[in-house]
Design a protein around this ligand. Structure first.
Ligand code: CA
Length: 228
């Protein structure tokens, strides 16, 4: 896949960090746009429709949480949140903000570029269609009947994995390995938190269906709805 020319918006108020990210991303063939004040972030994202957003949490004007929520009202663009505190990530995961990945400061710019590429790769893979429930990977959407549900990249990967073998029980470890191919270690709680959000979204579209089942002490499995 070719990332050349794809635009990344860097929302970051520290010029040195923004410049560093810009240099590395440009070095990998991306175009970049730096936004230094939170107040201008949403309008910029709306106007230039970037391929991905790197979003700092602490910003003047408007913080990253509020920006992420506002963007999700009109766009499924992949968002990587950047935070100065690792403890923040746990808190952020518990919130319904719709980010696709998280990076902690201080970071290595190479690592950030690798994450950007991984998130874009996930977003670009081929659509999956299983009849009753169809997955559109390019858009991170799942369609259930005539309802369309926008998912984060992580939620989408979880669903795709579960759907790949309906009825099979996936352990949390297996799900973790499937969504974080870089072998990042996250807690079981993180997986549960993503599954919880995913279920809530699916239930919002089809309250009568119980698509993702918990298997107590083991993990999760996906069941297709019975044909009407
Ligand atoms: Ca900041």
């Amino acid at each position: 896949m070719n990332d050349a020319g794809k635009t990344i918006v860097i929302v970051e108020d520290e010029p040195q960090i923004a410049g560093l990210l810009q240099d590395y991303l440009r070095g990998s063939g991306f175009s970049t746009r730096i936004v230094g004040n939170g107040l201008h972030a949403v309008a910029t994202i709306r106007a230039i429709r970037p391929a991905l957003v790197l979003l700092d949490l602490m910003l003047p004007g408007k913080d990253g949480l509020a920006i992420c929520r506002e963007v999700r009202d009109f766009s499924a663009v992949p968002i990587i949140m950047v935070t100065a505190r690792i403890e923040e990530i746990d808190r952020l995961l518990g919130l319904e903000i719709g980010a696709d990945d998280y990076v902690c400061k201080p970071f290595s710019p190479r690592e950030v570029v690798a994450r950007v590429k991984a998130v874009l790769r996930r977003a670009a893979a081929t659509p999956v269609d299983d009849g009753l429930v169809s997955l559109d990977e390019g858009r991170h959407e799942v369609r259930i009947g005539n309802q369309t549900v926008a998912l984060t990249a992580v939620e989408f990967q979880l669903l795709k994995l579960l759907v790949s073998e309906p009825g099979r029980i996936f352990s949390r470890g297996r799900l973790m390995a499937g969504i974080y191919p870089d072998h990042r270690v996250v807690s079981d709680r993180t997986i549960d938190s993503h599954i919880k959000k995913l279920r809530r979204k699916l239930e919002g579209a089809a309250p009568e269906l119980d698509l993702i089942r918990s298997v107590y002490g083991v993990g999760y499995r996906f069941e297709f709805p019975a044909p009407a």
